[in-house]
Ligand binder design. Structure first.
Ligand code: FES
Length: 104
């Protein structure tokens, strides 16, 4: 079980608990604003864009090449960016804080 906190673009804090599946699915299932997951998690829409604080990046591991390529196309991406459909929930994520990224 991992407690995962989302900070929305209007600075609301939403903390959810998950055990499996992707962080995007957890967010969509709980209607976290700004996480849409339009492509269903196949890394082709970037509507699940979040920023991971540097001190939490070891919890998520590295982005894949496909994910990095997708993020390069995104105006709001920075070195803290991840697509949260590509982050699997595990105990390792417990306590992570994710800032929901701006979008157009
Ligand atoms: S849900 Fe589409 S890229 Fe993550």
């Amino acid at each position: 079980m991992a407690k995962i906190t989302f900070i929305t673009t209007d600075n609301k804090t939403i903390t959810l608990e998950g055990t499996s599946g992707s962080v995007m699915q957890l967010a969509v299932d709980n209607s976290v604003p700004g996480i849409d997951g339009d492509c269903g998690g196949v890394c082709s829409c970037a509507t699940c864009h979040v920023h991971v604080a540097p001190e939490h990046q070891t919890k998520t591991g590295e982005a894949t090449e496909i994910e990095t390529d997708m993020l390069e196309l995104n105006d709001y991406a920075n070195e803290q960016s991840r697509l949260c459909c590509q982050i699997e929930i595990s105990d390792a994520l417990d306590g992570i804080v994710l800032q929901v990224a701006e979008s157009d």
